[in-house]
Ligand binder design. Structure first.
Ligand SMILES: CC(C)(COP(=O)(O)OP(=O)(O)OC[C@H]1O[C@@H](n2cnc3c(N)ncnc32)[C@H](O)[C@@H]1OP(=O)(O)O)[C@@H](O)C(=O)NCCC(=O)NCCS
Length: 335
């Protein structure tokens, strides 16, 4: 059996900064309300003339390749997490494969929203462990801003979500490597009983006509979120799945050097940190500047933490996520 070693990571965020004050010019909201409830001060929105979901992913991937000291042609599998693909079908994985000039290699899309990146990591890990693939590119990329309801009705959701992309390269390494480096475990969960608590109904296929004027201008075409229910479940599931990861590796909370939670909401991250008794310097949050970028939030945060020297050789890094589905997941990585 092989072990997945993190060889590099990268991210890309669009240039356009949208502050809370900018939002308060288009809807009835305020910097104070948004900061207090979510911790977000600003976020990035894509430029429709230059940014696409897959070209943002390409930029993030190239940064990851550079850090890994690899060429695109070294990659033998792409796992792409997104709920905002360029096309209804095919998925964005094949578009990234095309942009990297990798025609012929497999590309798989994952649609597990905010937990999507950890699901993608877990899938990549299974292929690496069995020896089927050697270098896997795992990506999370989202353009949420084009799907938001910017009216007062949608304000609780639209102030949260944003655009960006992140990537990570996993490489097959010797399972018994000296420093025990690599992905130690992933734990994945879902509960579809809550599918409609955070979802976009349309353009769903289970309608006679997928798109009509009525649907486009109605509420079902925009994200719907039961914010309180999401909050309530998130603060339980995050600690639960982190403890599950620690238990299964005979580790304890003190062993974690850095927790990188999906950047859902700063209040959720703070709640989780306190309930785990984790010191402030052992959690990484960048939601203040980027909002919630769904599947992209963990790899963006991971790269930034690495750049800032908050991830060092030998560190134990814990990733955790919760989101639409509901889905939740964790991963433990020895760097
Ligand atoms: C979304 C969230 C911030 C809303 O906070 P809340 O305290 O639950 O707020 P409510 O929805 O009850 O609304 C409280 C009031 O603020 C108003 N409000 C909602 N959004 C607003 C905004 N952007 N600006 C100003 N006021 C807003 C509501 O209309 C309501 O007004 P009312 O009391 O006059 O009816 C909160 O529920 C939350 O953080 N949920 C988790 C969301 C999340 O993390 N999602 C990502 C999951 S991956």
């Amino acid at each position: 059996m092989y072990k997945s070693i993190v060889k590099g990571s990268g991210y890309y965020v669009p240039e356009k900064i949208v502050t809370n004050d900018d939002l308060s010019k288009i809807m009835d909201t305020s910097d104070e309300w948004i900061v207090e409830r979510t911790g977000i001060k600003e976020r990035r929105w894509f430029n429709p003339d230059t940014d696409t979901n897959s070209n943002m992913a390409t930029k993030a991937s190239k940064m990851a390749l550079e850090q890994a000291g690899m060429e695109a042609r070294d990659i033998d599998f792409i796992v792409f997490a997104t709920i905002s693909p360029d096309y209804f079908f095919p998925g964005s994985g094949v578009l990234l494969e095309r942009e990297l000039g990798l025609a012929g290699i497999p590309a798989l899309d994952i649609r597990n929203a905010c937990s999507g990146f950890i699901y993608a990591l877990s899938i990549a890990d299974q292929y690496i462990k069995t020896g089927m693939y050697k270098n896997v590119l795992v990506v999370g990329s989202e353009i949420q801003s084009s799907g938001l309801d910017l009216s007062n009705e949608g304000r609780a959701v639209s102030v949260i979500f944003a655009d960006g992309a992140g990537a990570m390269i996993l490489q097959a390494g010797d399972e018994s490597n000296e420093n025990q480096k690599g992905l130690l475990s992933t734990h994945l969960h879902s509960d579809g009983n809550y599918a409609e608590e955070l979802y976009v109904r349309d353009p769903g296929s289970s309608r006679k006509i997928r798109l009509s004027e009525e649907i486009i201008h109605g509420p079902s075409f925009k994200p719907h979120m039961n914010g309180r229910d999401v909050f309530k479940h998130a603060v339980v599931r995050f600690p639960e799945v982190i403890n599950e990861a620690l238990d299964s590796n005979n580790l304890s909370i003190e062993d974690i050097d850095l927790l990188i939670p999906h950047q859902a909401n700063l209040r959720i991250s703070e709640f989780v940190r306190r309930s785990l008794n984790l010191p402030e310097d052992k959690i990484f949050n960048n939601i203040r500047y980027y909002g919630n970028t769904t599947a992209a939030s963990i790899p963006i945060a991971f790269k930034q933490a690495w750049n800032e020297g908050k991830i060092k050789d030998g560190d134990l890094v814990c990733l955790a996520a919760f989101g639409s589905g509901f889905t939740w997941a964790s991963a433990l990585i020895r760097m």
